[in-house]
Design a protein around this ligand. Structure first.
Ligand SMILES: *[C@@H]1O[C@H](CO)[C@@H](O)[C@H](O)[C@H]1NC(C)=O
Ligand SMILES: *[C@@H]1O[C@H](CO)[C@@H](O)[C@H](O)[C@H]1NC(C)=O
Ligand SMILES: *[C@@H]1O[C@H](CO)[C@@H](O)[C@H](O)[C@H]1NC(C)=O
Ligand SMILES: *[C@@H]1O[C@H](CO)[C@@H](O)[C@H](O)[C@H]1NC(C)=O
Ligand SMILES: *[C@@H]1O[C@H](CO)[C@@H](O)[C@H](O)[C@H]1NC(C)=O
Ligand SMILES: *[C@@H]1O[C@H](CO)[C@@H](O)[C@H](O)[C@H]1NC(C)=O
Ligand SMILES: *[C@@H]1O[C@H](CO)[C@@H](O)[C@H](O)[C@H]1NC(C)=O
Ligand SMILES: *[C@@H]1O[C@H](CO)[C@@H](O)[C@H](O)[C@H]1NC(C)=O
Ligand SMILES: *[C@@H]1O[C@H](CO)[C@@H](O)[C@H](O)[C@H]1NC(C)=O
Ligand SMILES: *[C@@H]1O[C@H](CO)[C@@H](O)[C@H](O)[C@H]1NC(C)=O
Ligand SMILES: *[C@@H]1O[C@H](CO)[C@@H](O)[C@H](O)[C@H]1NC(C)=O
Ligand SMILES: CC(=O)N[C@H]1CO[C@H](CO)[C@@H](O)[C@@H]1O
Length: 653
């Protein structure tokens, strides 16, 4: 064991006097009471830019339309392959894992655990890829100064992006393992490919030993189609050179007794400079069939490189905002991959969008951090699902980017500030509930409202039965005139038909006053609040609406505000997946200057990844200054708390 000694009990005296983080901070904005943080950092994350929402479309959207749904999957054309609720996961830049996940294997970020837990509660699992630009130059070392687990070092690598060498210790992998013992997270990692003559397979050897089945794949090659441009290879580097490089990794894996899993490599992770077909044309798939676990691409629909680095042409963010706010946005990203999702299906391989977000080079102020980005991500993810992708990873990077779904405060402000959860995070919650936890969900784009681009709708079949309806409204119209009513019927059956229109349905809404909104976002009435106030637990009473249907007419009418998203539960089984009686959360107490969890050995020894119910209940008390949060086990080493989900149900008339 490389890291035999862990601290467990030395901090326990704090428990008696610890004040506990504020749990009900809505309304927002005043978390600290001790300091005004607003101007204390220049980080892009706190940019106050608010865009103007696009005007109400002209002609106006038809605000009444009907949807005839087949009651069983067998009758539905173009239904997707079966999908999991953990479809939409995260891609975390390797170099920021100490900010986002934990400082070491026994010091974990509680807000991160809570956020992941709130997704896993509905989807059963969260998939996270740890990698990024630094991955091809990452090196596993036995130790680093000051007990750090990662360290960046400029070593004069000859590429214009000046990719630093990232040294890391096995502590990183123990940390991921310990996280997975608390929340059911599965990980994708990457095998460095900068030097195929001296492959560094350590991450695979130690990763498999430490993470076992929680490790679901290794990416090989980070945007090989940009290797030439970035100077990582010579200028003639081509798909067939990549084929050869990949072959060397396959050989190394097959020859390495310390890497027991031989078939979990993921490739080619193209950026769009090469088409996927140019790689398939090298006979890539048949040649490496026994080594591949998935096929993957990555794509951002735009970039902000001019503003960030002076590269490329400037983008007027206000001008491009509208292009994100309709059904064609996600469709146009996916179009070049439709051939490949079919090819992957034929090869029985999942096809993944391994890294994506609103715009590369940090995203756009006012856009990447708006409610509009949440609607965009949600529709784009459901469109990928409909197009037979098997998963997608939303990228998370450092504090100078606008697109991060969640963000810790700057370290020097972590004594009084908490985390910021951005609107786009809610897309992950919504996708988890749209697809549920049965692993049987199939989705179809209904081309609703005569395929109006502002009012997309999807139906979801689970175990072959029509289970949910997902309805979006991209328009911002505070007058209410663009609120639409979708009237749906299920099957053609008579009243009382078990497979027909039910007597009533439940509806959860994702809402904000405008697509430009950055703070006031709610999912089923609950919110993470605005900047600096979240410990990762969603706050407020759940608001699930019940809509009574007209069974004599066999119709049900659901309203969708402009803007907004409605998830309609058509069966009690579908609703029960979204209405768990308990939620696993991680308590926080005020302790040191970091938001962290101390993970007790006893929990890890007995946990199977989500055994919250075996843990003792903790207790909380109001805190006086909203200070930072550190999760502590109680004397028996227990850190989880179970909260009954309180549902306030209203009848919509
Ligand atoms: C983990 O990090 C915390 C905070 O920096 C430190 O107190 C602790 O000693 C570290 N544990 C290990 C095993 O390095
Ligand atoms: C922050 O800046 C605003 C205006 O730029 C100013 O009114 C305010 O006093 C500043 N707050 C602090 C804490 O400096
Ligand atoms: C935190 O650090 C940033 C960057 O170094 C600095 O701009 C900011 O003023 C600091 N904040 C406080 C509260 O000291
Ligand atoms: C099925 O997909 C095809 C190809 O994308 C499309 O042309 C057709 O309209 C779809 N049919 C239905 C019923 O959605
Ligand atoms: C590959 O990266 C490692 C770690 O940064 C470095 O030591 C090595 O020299 C690099 N090799 C090449 C060929 O760039
Ligand atoms: C948790 O971290 C400790 C310290 O690195 C390690 O010894 C232990 O094996 C880890 N547990 C798991 C389940 O990975
Ligand atoms: C460029 O590198 C590839 C291998 O990556 C090699 O096969 C090719 O000969 C090199 N071309 C030149 C012009 O050096
Ligand atoms: C799909 O990909 C295959 C394999 O590369 C290629 O032969 C075929 O031309 C592609 N079809 C389309 C429509 O792009
Ligand atoms: C792939 O091969 C097919 C025929 O084998 C060809 O039509 C197509 O243009 C090729 N695509 C690429 C991107 O090389
Ligand atoms: C997804 O796969 C299913 C099953 O093979 C197929 O019927 C459907 O047309 C595919 N959808 C798309 C958009 O390719
Ligand atoms: C928050 O948004 C909701 C609609 O989503 C609106 O009814 C409410 O008035 C807003 N609250 C504030 C404080 O803006
Ligand atoms: C999953 C993965 O590693 N994706 C990478 C693909 O390439 C881009 C561009 O370099 C990286 O940013 C992604 O991290």
């Amino acid at each position: 064991m490389l890291f035999p000694s862990i601290l467990f009990s030395s901090c326990l005296p704090f428990l008696t006097s610890a004040s506990v983080t504020v749990y009900n901070q809505w309304p927002l904005g005043d978390a600290t009471g001790t300091a005004s943080p607003a101007n204390s950092t220049a980080a892009a994350y706190y940019d106050p830019t608010v865009l103007t929402p696009p005007p109400v479309p002209s002609p106006a959207i038809p605000t009444q339309f009907s949807l005839q749904l087949d009651s069983t999957a067998s009758a539905v054309k173009n239904l997707s392959i079966p999908l999991s609720g953990h479809f939409l996961g995260f891609s975390i830049e390797f170099s920021v894992i100490n900010q986002l996940i934990g400082l070491n294997a026994s010091f974990l970020q509680v807000p991160f655990l809570n956020l992941m837990s709130s997704v896993a509660q509905h989807s059963g699992q969260v998939n996270i890829r740890v990698g990024g630009n630094t991955q091809d130059y990452a090196t596993l070392v036995s130790s680093l100064p000051d007990g750090e687990m990662i360290q960046k070092e400029q070593t004069g690598n000859t590429d214009p992006t000046e990719t630093p060498t990232l040294d890391f210790t096995a502590e990183v992998l123990y940390m991921l393992g310990n996280v997975s013992a608390l929340v059911n997270i599965h990980w994708y990692l990457g095998i460095p490919l900068n030097d195929t003559a001296n492959l560094r397979m350590g991450i695979a050897e130690v990763g498999e030993a430490v993470l076992g089945p929680k490790l679901i794949g290794f990416q090989v090659g980070n945007e090989p189609d940009l290797y030439a441009a970035h100077g990582h290879r010579n200028s003639s580097y081509s798909p067939s050179n990549y084929f050869n490089d990949f072959g060397l990794v396959v050989e190394a894996v097959n020859d390495d007794a310390d890497i027991p899993t031989k078939n979990n490599l993921i490739a080619p992770n193209l950026s769009g400079t090469w088409t996927p077909e140019s790689v398939w044309n090298t006979s890539f798939i048949p040649a490496f069939m026994n080594s591949l676990g998935a096929l993957a691409v990555e794509h951002y629909p735009n970039d902000n490189c001019n503003a960030e680095y002076g590269i490329g042409s400037p983008v007027n963010v206000q001008d491009v905002f509208a292009s994100y706010l309709n059904h064609n946005a996600g469709k146009s990203i996916i179009a070049p991959y439709l051939n490949s999702t079919q090819i992957a299906q034929t090869a029985h391989l999942p096809f993944l969008m391994f890294e994506t977000n609103t715009a590369s080079c940090g995203g756009f102020p006012g856009l990447s951090d708006s409610f509009g980005s949440a609607l965009w991500m949600l529709d784009y993810a459901l469109q990928m699902a409909y197009s037979n992708f098997s998963g997608a990873m939303m990228h998370v990077s450092g504090e100078d980017v606008y697109y991060n779904p969640f963000q810790p405060p700057p370290r020097n402000e972590s004594t009084y500030n908490q985390w910021t959860v951005r609107p786009i995070f809610y897309a992950t919650l919504a996708v988890a509930e749209v697809l549920g936890n049965s692993n049987t969900s199939q989705i179809v784009d209904l081309q609703a409202n005569a395929d109006n681009i502002y009012t997309p709708a999807y139906a979801i079949y689970e175990d072959g039965e029509c289970a949910r309806l997902a309805l979006l409204n991209y328009v911002t119209d505070p007058t209410g005139a663009s609120t639409y009513t979708a009237t749906f019927s299920i099957g053609g059956g008579a009243t009382g038909d078990a497979n027909g229109t039910p007597a009533s349905v439940q509806v959860k809404y994702l809402l904000a006053p405008s697509v430009s909104e950055k703070v006031n976002v709610t999912w089923a009435g609950q919110t993470y609040g605005g900047p600096f106030v979240s410990d990762g637990r969603i706050q407020g009473e759940i608001d699930i609406q019940t809509v009574n249907c007209d069974q004599s007419a066999n119709t049900c009418a659901v309203q969708v505000p402009a803007p907004g998203f409605a998830l309609v539960f058509l069966t009690s089984a579908a609703f029960s997946e979204s209405d768990p009686t308990t939620t696993q959360t991680f308590s926080t107490t005020s302790l040191t200057s970091r938001n962290t969890a101390t993970v007790p050995a006893a929990v890890l020894a007995t946990s199977n990844g989500h055994s919250g119910s075996t843990w003792r209940l903790g207790s909380t008390s109001p805190e006086n200054n909203g200070a930072r949060a550190l999760a502590k086990p109680d004397m028996a080493g227990l850190i989880a708390m179970l909260f009954g989900a309180m549902a306030a149900r209203r009848v919509l008339t």
